[in-house]
Design a protein around this ligand. Structure first.
Ligand SMILES: *[C@@H]1O[C@H](CO)[C@@H](O)[C@H](O)[C@H]1NC(C)=O
Ligand SMILES: *[C@@H]1O[C@H](CO)[C@@H](O)[C@H](O)[C@H]1NC(C)=O
Ligand SMILES: *[C@@H]1O[C@H](CO)[C@@H](O)[C@H](O)[C@H]1NC(C)=O
Ligand SMILES: *[C@@H]1O[C@H](CO)[C@@H](O)[C@H](O)[C@H]1NC(C)=O
Length: 468
């Protein structure tokens, strides 16, 4: 009798208990503590909204007070937080929501509708991000990041450039690559900068360029989207594996396989995770949204140690690439048309646009970083910013470069002008740097010659598709 009672007592308590525990184990209960200890690199890469703030940009005030007139600002952005590029385990239950953006959603809806009128872009470009993460799409977190960035940067530069609502359409120019995440990032940035004045902004000024390196923006159209044959030639010849020791290669392959088979939805999908970059992209979808790393009934859970190793090996691979002259050459060829365009735009006498915004990708910024010799061993975080400030004093132009809040002007090997604690690059020195470096890296003076004329069409190479 007593035993019967005790039995039922335990049964009633124990069965739900066991079910809950089993449920939690399969839902990564054991991985929860990992989520709370996001390690530094992941936070940097994810770039949470509360971390986004101005740093060395603010020195513009001191330069202006010293008689340097700010005449132009060029901002190159990476799009904000996005969903992963590949299908992932639990993707359908991952949330990429952001509370900051909740009150803004209705205004975004209006804004997107406004921009859709008369636009030939696909309708998905005008769909608001929802609470859940969607593959390749900007998330609400990304929206929020861009709004914040737009607010900060607008407040800093707007007055100094003499911009106001009525002259917007004349002096502000926005260019985005042809992806919904960059397009929406550009709009969110503008929204942060202009607030309700955004209605005054003429959508025809927002220009869409197909190439992720903005090739085609100036006079080099014929070399865009892979028509620069030298790029494909060198890319084929450059076997990144040769940059690593056998031991390192082996370590990488093992890691890719181990993590890939856990994060993929099933084994056939695991093949899609065939590079460190693809693994990093997958893992970031969990890390950037405070979600536990995934587990698999057969292969176990992704561990923080594995994630750390992925980042470290990516850094190693990146460093070796960065040191290789082939990689330098590829980057120069990819980014040169854009760099050339930026150079032309930097000349105050060339165009009256005062504020340029470019919405781009990590690969865009990475090529830019590589040619300017800025290796920080990390992939440009979401909502990264690369800023060119152009100053004028006594009919001479100067350039200051800032990457994610760090003044990187002095990283260039040029003759500087020193003022206060700052270095500025005289315009003609910047031109000299571009010409001389291009020549020494590619062996040619002219982009056309360096690209080679007998060109066949090349699609974006696979590495690029991993990265956008
Ligand atoms: C904006 O930039 C695009 C791309 O470079 C250019 O074609 C266009 O003329 C510029 N518009 C203005 C108003 O400066
Ligand atoms: C926007 O610009 C286009 C082309 O410059 C012009 O035809 C149109 O009237 C402008 N719209 C507004 C609302 O200013
Ligand atoms: C952008 O891509 C869409 C298809 O995704 C295409 O229909 C459109 O023509 C492209 N626009 C430009 C300017 O490249
Ligand atoms: C991470 O890298 C270290 C050092 O190379 C190695 O000892 C360790 O086994 C690796 N861990 C995993 C889980 O791959």
């Amino acid at each position: 009798m007593e035993y019967g009672r005790i039995f039922w007592f335990f049964a009633v308590l124990f069965i739900p208990f066991i079910s809950i525990v089993t449920y939690l184990i399969w839902h990564e209960f054991d991985n929860k503590d990992h989520v709370l200890t996001l390690w530094k690199d992941s936070t940097n890469y994810c770039n949470p909204v509360e971390h986004i703030r101005l740093k060395d940009e603010t020195y513009v005030d001191q330069l202006v007070q010293s008689g340097y007139e700010l005449s132009k600002v060029i901002v190159i952005l990476r799009h904000g937080d996005r969903g992963p590029l590949r299908q992932l385990k639990r993707l359908n239950s991952l949330y990429c929501d952001d509370q900051n953006v909740k009150d803004l959603l209705n205004r975004f809806r209006e804004l997107f509708q406004h921009y859709q009128i008369g636009s030939s872009l696909p309708s998905e470009y005008f769909k608001l991000p929802d609470k859940k993460c969607r593959r390749k799409r900007l998330t609400r977190v990304g929206l929020s990041q861009q709004v914040k960035l737009g607010q900060m940067i607008g407040q800093l530069y707007w007055d100094k450039l003499g911009l106001y609502t009525e002259n917007l359409n004349r002096f502000v120019n926005v260019t985005t690559t042809n992806y919904s995440r960059t397009f929406q990032s550009a709009l969110a940035f503008l929204f942060g900068m202009l607030g309700s004045d955004i209605a005054a902004f003429n959508s025809t000024i927002l220009k869409v360029i197909k190439d992720p390196y903005f090739c085609g923006i100036d006079g080099f159209q014929q070399y865009c989207m892979g028509s620069c044959t030298q790029i494909s030639k060198i890319t084929t010849q450059l076997d990144w594996r040769l940059l690593l020791t056998q031991q390192e290669q082996k370590e990488i392959q093992i890691l890719i396989k181990k993590v890939g088979q856990i994060i993929a939805t099933d084994l056939t999908q695991a093949e899609q995770f065939n590079s460190l970059m693809s693994i990093f992209d997958g893992v970031s979808a969990y890390q950037c949204h405070d979600e536990a790393l995934p587990c698999d009934p057969v292969f176990g859970c992704v561990t923080l140690e594995q994630v750390r190793n992925v980042t470290e090996l990516l850094c190693l691979q990146g460093t070796r690439l960065y040191q290789s002259s082939s990689y330098q050459q590829i980057c120069w060829l990819k980014i040169y048309p854009f760099l050339h365009y930026l150079f032309l735009q930097s000349n105050v006498f060339n165009s009256e646009t005062k504020f340029h915004i470019f919405a781009a990708h990590d690969i865009t910024l990475e090529s830019l970083k590589t040619v300017l010799r800025l290796d920080d061993c990390s992939i440009p975080p979401y909502s990264s910013r690369f800023i060119f400030e152009i100053y004028k004093k006594q009919m001479k132009n100067y350039i200051r470069l800032i990457y994610n809040g760090q003044d990187v002007t002095s990283f260039l090997t040029v003759k500087f002008k020193s003022i206060l604690d700052f270095k500025l690059i005289p315009f003609e020195q910047f031109e000299f740097f571009l010409r001389q470096k291009f020549k020494s890296v590619t062996g040619y003076n002219d982009y056309r010659d360096a690209c080679d004329h007998e060109s066949k069409h090349r699609d974006l190479d696979n590495n690029d598709l991993d990265r956008l």
